[in-house]
Design a protein around this ligand. Structure first.
Ligand SMILES: Nc1ncnc2c1ncn2[C@@H]1O[C@H](COP(=O)(O)OP(=O)(O)OP(=O)(O)O)[C@@H](O)[C@H]1O
Ligand SMILES: [Mg+2]
Length: 267
């Protein structure tokens, strides 16, 4: 049965999509069968794996929960080439509009959970890229996630919405414990003051962050331009190494899943 991870933060541009794709590629490279699900109507993740213009998207499932989910699954591409072990369910702009039809279903919170059942055993990991908002499709994802990965950049606002996000998750999951991991992204190691401020904020909120921090690099933008995941565009670069190290940390962490429950000071 696949383990599920959502990449979430209500602040935009912190590296949710980048991290989802990079961790997904690293897992696939390690031999884990991995499914990416794009739950952002901007479709950035879909674009990044060459699936920004497909016939079927995740909207089809929210419009019709009985829709054949296997039709939504595409091999992820590195430029034109299929990536071994990496599939994707894409999203497009219709997720923001037509997926609202799902509000009328009685089991509307379980659409993703029920929809994934026929394919869940085919994967080791399902990674879901969330947009910076809470709506029905995102509640669907948070309900079934085993871990929430929260990228935070070196901006004060990156930790601001986390208490709210965790409250929403706790509410959705009711008594179900959930696990999370903050990941510092876009880290400029030379900017010691900003870095310390970020670390102090995380410590003050008593949040758990990964040991691995993702350093800032121009390669990320260039990789997107080239339609290549960072791990292929800049193989063995510091960016690739950072994400491989994070992936290993997530793998280690998920074996002790559930042990570290949030101990959050609401600020
Ligand atoms: N470590 C990094 N160093 C430099 N640039 C980065 C890094 N990580 C991501 N970026 C760049 O930052 C921008 C935003 O990243 P990304 O799209 O992953 O954020 P996001 O949180 O998914 O945004 P949104 O909230 O809009 O979905 C992109 O241009 C990406 O290439
Ligand atoms: Mg994104």
């Amino acid at each position: 049965m696949a383990k599920i991870a959502c990449f979430a933060n209500s602040k935009g541009g912190v590296g949710k999509t980048t991290s989802c794709l990079a961790v997904g590629t690293c897992l696939a490279d390690l031999g884990y069968k991995t499914l990416l699900i794009d739950l952002d109507h901007q479709g950035n993740l879909s674009d990044d794996v060459g699936r920004g213009d497909e016939d079927y998207t995740i909207t089809d499932l929210f419009e019709d929960p009985k829709f054949d989910i296997t039709k939504l699954v595409y091999p992820a591409l590195n430029k034109e080439e299929e990536i071994d072990n990496l599939n994707v369910i894409p999203a497009d702009i219709t997720l923001a509009t037509e997926a609202r039809a799902a509000e009328r279903y009685r089991h509307r919170l379980q659409i993703l959970s029920d929809g994934l059942k026929p394919i869940k055993d085919l994967y080791d990991f399902i990674l879901i890229d969330l947009r910076p908002a809470i709506d029905l499709s995102i509640e669907n994802a948070l309900l079934i996630t085993d871990i929430v990965i929260v990228p935070v950049d070196m901006d004060r606002r990156a930790t601001k919405g986390i208490s709210d996000l965790f409250e929403v998750i706790a509410e959705i999951k009711r008594n179900d414990k959930f696990d999370y991991m903050l990941v510092k992204t876009k880290i400029d190691v030379r900017n010691k003051i900003m870095l310390k401020a970020t670390e102090d904020r995380i410590a003050e909120m008593k949040l758990h962050a990964s040991d691995t921090a993702i350093r800032t690099s121009e390669d990320f933008k260039k990789a997107t331009e080239e339609k290549m995941p960072i791990c292929y565009y800049a193989k063995n670069s510091k960016s690739h190494q950072d994400y491989m190290s994070l992936t290993n940390e997530i793998l280690d962490h998920m074996e002790i899943l559930g042990e570290r429950y949030k101990d959050l000071k609401v600020v």
